[in-house]
Ligand binder design. Sequence first.
Ligand SMILES: Nc1ncnc2c1ncn2[C@@H]1O[C@H](COP(=O)(O)OP(=O)(O)OP(=O)(O)O)[C@@H](O)[C@H]1O
Length: 347
Amino acid sequence: MIELSNVSKTYGSGADAVHALRDVDLHIPEGSIHGVIGLSGAGKSTLIRCVNLLERPTGGSVTVNGQEMTRLDGQALNRARHRIGMIFQHFNLLTTRNVFDNVALPLELMGHNRASIKQRVLPLLKLVGLDDKVQQFPAQLSGGQKQRVAIARALASEPAVLLCDEATSALDPQTTGSILELLRDINRTLGITILLITHEMEVVKSICHRVGLISDGRLVEEAEVGDFFTAPETQLGREFLNDFLQLSPPQELVNRLEDAPDEHTHPVVRLTFSGDAVATPLISRLARECGVDVSILQAKVESIQERTLGLMIAELLGTQAQTQQAMRYLESHELKVEVLGHVQRDD
Ligand SMILES: Nc1ncnc2c1ncn2[C@@H]1O[C@H](COP(=O)(O)OP(=O)(O)OP(=O)(O)O)[C@@H](O)[C@H]1O
């Protein structure tokens, strides 16, 4: 369990002060995988580093595994950190140590003897699929293999919590997939709570249960992943979703869009639908019930965990009264309708 209460972090002071985190409240239940997403500079790294006190918050409290981290220092803080593993974007392996010795390092620091280290390290290397690379050095490994070593090292001290700081950002999509699968397995089999920060929606979609959106140091939105992908609450959330779905009108159309409707134009709309609406033949019904033709410009259906999300950009062709009625009809069937603008009719 991770609990952040009213956490703030300010770097510097006076005119040079940077408010990296502002009054962040976050509750991550035991055994869940929680993502925090945000643009560059939003405060993601600061947030995750405040959990194990690599950065000490300027205000508020951080509690991990029932222990208030912000009250600890010295030996007590070190002991608490053993229950919090962390992996990084650039793996942070020691280049002069082989795979075994990298994973052994935290156990050596905790004072374990060689026999107990061996007993712990070898099963971990098997768990991450590297039992044939025990003697290799980091330079002899691929990026994905290096991250597997880092994961084994993070698990060596039997943490209850694993922090992942952009852990797949340096990896290609296929390797990213295999590392995320490993993290999901670790969460399921070992019950480890995972907090990960990322700028990639794909990562959130693949493994997170809940997600928070951070902007300018504030947690501006927090939701179940299925809800976030089907109905983000903030403009920034919608922008992340649209970028992820790569669904924006063609530039040629954008150039022709006008703001105000009149009797010579028809609307271009973005429709978002989920749940029952995905399976309902609404477009053919629009033609029948509202007398409106629909010209589909782009469409996409995504599976987000157990939910289905549909997106479409379309021109609604009909009189002003008909297209207004069509939009009301769609909204009454729980589709989200955004009017992107209006284009001149050809007729
Ligand atoms: N040690 C530091 N001293 C001063 N300012 C800092 C320090 N670390 C981070 N910042 C500032 O705090 C803000 C948040 O930075 P942070 O690294 O947490 O963002 P981020 O969301 O992780 O960005 P990125 O995705 O680019 O890594 C930024 O304005 C950054 O410049």
